[in-house]
Design a binder for this molecule. Structure first.
Ligand code: SAH
Ligand code: SF4
Length: 395
């Protein structure tokens, strides 16, 4: 698939298991509508949302403040169904990874990264991805299908369940969510938006807009739409300071070139209503490809006038990637040049490397399998042997 086709890729609807409405994916207004349509009172929506997202209930029988007759009625027409956990891994550094079943045989992944008092959950939005960035393992598997809002918020719900019941919102281990897992969230816009609304809602997870980050490879019209719908924090996968190189690394650039993307970033930052209007620019460090002093110089020029923070991501290799991670000295020099020239820059530490949970290692079902990923697949799908890592299955 070409970049031009990427944002009008044919959509395969998520397979439906039952005719029941999965309440997990409903926002507050949608839940209210659901109860009104049943001839029930609107306030039921609040009760049920709390049971689902605060108490992680998956059975109407648990809902003790809902009368028996209504519980039975609900059980006939609705369900609370999260994505099925196929595998859970815990890294030496505390990073946790869940592999969830995607109905067509593929898998999606969710990663939790603890960092002091902050706990960030990295959530997937699509099975595979059509954008086909040249350095990304998800891109290599192609696009399989969009995830539903229930599957997207279901990752937060399942991760919450793994941490056990919470006493109040403030104590929750998941303090931040980044839409940086598999898929391009802007190409599955409505379900991602619904899921983020549930993350925001106090009856959901009560996470502030600033602590929810959507990462995009640069779907310009959707950046504008998001600024109107829900101005969460924005991260842009930049990766190159000029169109020629970005066309090669992020093929979507041919459709939305850098000048358009930078203008959209500026508009987004101007539109943000919360205090922090900085946009994060992600820049994967590829040895001898985009890590030269001239690239750093071009980057400083490109970013002038836009409130940004640059996050340098040392490339995480995967089999047959065709790229190498930049040399440490080159990363440090790049970092220093940007900071010295007034561009606030950080270098991302690689987390969860030993359980393939680092950025770009969310391999799922890469077609181009090597022995290593075959063993990993086997451990997930058949539990016959362990991955060649320290990943410890949950049970
Ligand atoms: N599709 C969205 C979000 C998911 S990718 C996007 O591209 O922004 C999350 C981040 O991981 C992106 O910045 C992406 O470019 C980066 N990434 C992908 N493959 C990587 C790899 N092998 N090593 C390091 N970062 C990678
Ligand atoms: Fe898709 Fe993001 Fe990977 Fe590019 S980097 S292929 S947009 S998931």
């Amino acid at each position: 698939m070409t970049a031009h086709e990427a944002d009008r890729a044919p959509r395969t609807a998520a397979p439906v298991h039952t005719d029941k409405v999965n309440l997990l994916g409903l926002t507050r207004p949608q839940m209210e509508e659901f109860f009104l349509a049943m001839g029930e009172k609107k306030f039921r929506a609040q009760q049920v949302l709390k049971w689902i997202h605060h108490h992680q209930a998956d059975d109407f029988e648990q809902m003790t403040d809902v009368g028996k007759a209504l519980r039975e009625k609900l059980a006939r027409v609705a369900e609370i169904r999260g994505p099925k956990v196929l595998h859970e891994g815990i890294s030496r550094d505390g990073t946790r990874k869940w592999v969830f079943e995607a109905d067509n045989g593929g898998a999606v992944e969710t990663v939790f990264i603890p960092d002091g008092r902050r706990g960030t959950l990295c959530v997937s939005s699509q099975v595979g991805c059509a954008v086909d960035c040249s350095f990304c393992s998800t891109g290599k598997q192609g696009f399989q299908r969009d995830m539903t809002s229930a599957e997207i918020i279901g990752q937060v719900w399942q991760a919450s369940r793994a941490f056990g019941p919470r006493k109040n919102l403030g104590e929750h281990p998941i303090t931040n969510v980044v839409m940086m897992g598999m898929g391009e969230p802007m190409l599955n816009y409505e379900p991602v938006l619904s899921a983020m609304r549930i993350m925001r809602d106090d009856l959901g997870y009560g996470i502030s807009k600033r602590r929810i980050t959507l990462s995009t490879s640069g779907v310009v019209p959707k950046i504008d739409q998001l600024s109107r719908d829900l101005d969460v924090s924005l991260a842009v996968s930049l990766h190159a300071p000029n169109d020629e190189l970005r066309n090669e690394l992020v093929p979507l650039n041919r459709k939305y070139p850098l000048a358009d993307l930078m203008a959209a970033c500026k508009r987004y930052s101007d539109a943000i209503t919360h205090r922090h209007n900085t946009i994060t620019m992600e820049y994967v460090m590829l040895r001898d490809v985009n890590d030269k002093p001239e690239h750093a110089r071009q980057l400083v020029k490109l970013l002038k006038g836009i409130p940004v923070k640059v996050n340098l991501i040392p490339f995480n290799p995967f089999p047959h990637a065709g790229y190498e991670r930049s040399r440490k000295a080159d990363i440090l020099a790049f970092h220093k040049f940007l900071n010295d020239n007034g561009v606030l820059t950080t270098v991302r530490t690689t987390r969860g490397d030993d359980i393939d949970a680092a950025c770009g290692q969310l391999v799922g079902e890469v077609k181009d399998r090597t022995r290593r990923s075959e063993r990993w697949q086997a451990s997930i799908f058949h539990r016959t042997e362990q991955p060649d890592s320290n990943a410890a299955p949950a049970q």
